[in-house]
Design a binder for this molecule. Structure first.
Ligand code: UTP
Length: 295
């Protein structure tokens, strides 16, 4: 049986919801206090057992490559200044995994981005993590929750979370039949359905384990919603050949691709961090005095 060793992280999107910041900075490099969002995602993958990270990048995303590379000049300067603990910290970032970069020459959608990784993934199951979906679970990383299901069935597994009926038009939605506690057999998938059309409120939120058969499906997938090659459409076609499971993931989720999700992540994570917690509390106290709580 294959083990899930490789993870594809697509980061080639334009990030239009976060303009103007994303005009020249990848949204994945925006920091949550002092750690870029993408490092949280890579740490989740590595602590779930992933050894190789395949980034799907594009123009204006060079900062991500540089971030996971060695920085000898910086290390030399820090060492000279006696800041050895910083040297170790920045070295660890580059040593977390093997990093591979594939350029997506045209931004034709998430499905197209994943297809660009075919030659690096080869004929084995792999994980997909979206570079702007942060899921915090200190006990069991979100991806590990999916890998555990894969290890039992050796089939594709989609991570879901419940959303409100009104929000279904922002997500891929899965309809499934529960076969065990928190494991569903997927019957149908649809990308961004209106609340009236949505078959359920189980939303796909950026974590997948996929079998390599998905590449054949992606090659045949026409442009779909938003004029993009949609992974959800390819998964729907995959159902004609293989079963797919879904599982509801546990954790706190932030869509950091939009400013509200990003702000929420900063506040909540900073509130939990030992070095910033008291400071955040003092800001909240001060701001509380200025806010009419009733409004
Ligand atoms: P999004 O829908 O969030 O698109 O893509 P986006 O372009 O990044 O952001 P907005 O909507 O314009 O603000 C979901 C994920 O798929 C990647 C993105 O980088 C993001 O991680 N993606 C999307 C690609 O890698 N290539 C694409 O062609 C499209």
């Amino acid at each position: 049986m294959f083990r899930v060793r490789k993870a594809v992280i697509p980061v080639a999107g334009f990030g239009t919801r976060f303009l103007p910041a994303t005009k020249s900075t990848p949204k994945e490099m925006l920091p949550i206090v002092d750690k870029p969002i993408i490092q949280f995602i890579v740490e989740e993958a590595v602590s779930s057992g992933i050894e190789t990270i395949i980034f799907i990048t594009g123009r204006h995303k060079r900062a991500i490559e540089d971030y996971f590379d060695y920085t000898p000049e910086l290390e030399f300067t820090l060492k000279k200044a006696g800041k050895d603990e910083h040297v170790e910290k920045i070295r660890e970032i580059s040593n977390m995994a093997d990093f591979v970069y594939v350029r997506q020459k045209e931004q034709l959608g998430l499905g197209h981005a994943i297809l660009s990784a075919e030659h690096v993934v080869g004929n084995e199951p792999f994980a997909v993590l979206l570079g702007d979906e942060l899921i915090i679970n200190d006990e069991k990383p979100a991806l590990k929750q999916l890998i555990d299901v894969f290890n039992r069935f050796s089939k594709s597994v989609i991570g879901t979370m419940k959303v409100s009926k009104e929000e279904t038009n922002k997500y891929g939605i899965v309809d499934g039949m529960e076969v065990e506690e928190n494991i569903k057999l997927v019957k149908y998938l649809v990308e961004k359905p209106s609340p009236e059309e949505a078959p359920s409120t189980d939303a796909i939120i950026g974590r997948y384990i996929l079998t390599p058969k998905i590449f054949d499906m992606l090659k045949k997938t026409p442009f779909g919603k938003g004029g993009e090659i949609q992974l959800t459409d390819a998964l729907l076609n995959l159902l004609n050949y293989e079963v797919i499971y879904s599982t509801e993931m546990e954790g706190r989720r932030y869509d950091t691709g939009n400013k509200y999700g990003y702000l929420e992540a900063i506040f909540e994570i900073a509130l939990e961090r030992e070095d910033t917690s008291d400071f955040v509390k003092s800001i909240i106290k001060r701001l509380n005095e200025r806010i009419d709580i009733k409004s």
